[in-house]
Design a protein around this ligand. Sequence first.
Ligand code: G1P
Length: 292
Amino acid sequence: MKTPASIRPVRKAVFPVAGLGTRFLPATKVMPKEMLPINDRPLIQHVFEEARSAGIEEFIFITGRYKDMLIEHFDYQPELMGVLESRGKADLVQKVRDSEMPAGKLFTTRQPKALGLGHAVWCAKKLVGDEPFAVLLPDDIIQHPQGCLSQMMDVYRERGGNVVATKDIPRNQTHKYGILDVASDNGKTVSVKGLVEKPSPETAPSTLCIIGRYILQPEVFEYLDAFETGAGNEIQLTDAMAKLLGRQAFHGLRFDGQHFDCGSRLGFIAANLAYGMNDPDIGEDVKKLIGK
Ligand code: G1P
């Protein structure tokens, strides 16, 4: 299906990576939580690869203090490459190459204070400019051959507007997420008429939550500019998105693939087991290890 001319391509992705990672202390005392590995690559590389395979061309990191390692990770490492090549380790050379950012495509800015996800995204306003963009939260890892963002791009190319990834959660969990208020639902995509950040189970308009993947129109910055605080006294992205409703189309996609909340230690371990089981080198041994 041909994309209508009014639907502009999504070329840029924002990665908020300024968080402290307190749930993983002391591992994250010096090392950014986004550098914790799921199998053989750090969290940030999983989301980078998902964005790249969805067609993203420019990568914007919102960093903070002690996050320089994240930038280093994507740099070209001539000494390491030289050693691997001289030893004939073609497979490792390829793996390291996969972690390189194309020249001139990585942009960084800083969020000086942890004022909320909305504020983190607002920090990218200048770098995003006047075009649609994606946001990927590295805490949310989704295991799927096509990738979650690529699935969302399919929806976006057909319908335009704004798209978030969504999944059904138990009602007693609604206070941990942004929750959708649904106008219509075809089982795969939902049309959104309201958005609430971290509502109590009693007041939540549904049990469909936002998972950390967004395709947004630049008009969201008009609302983020207000610096209004919401749930947890933070500047919430969900609240700014809610203000776009009625003005622009808004869809939720029940994506295919398994989601892991790697912001929690349990989700992190589950992700490591799932990616380990899927690994051609160690998969069978991982399965034996856990009796699968
Ligand atoms: C953020 C968003 C929330 C979303 C969640 C997904 O919350 O504010 O709407 O559901 O990410 O992971 P946080 O996890 O930063 O509290």
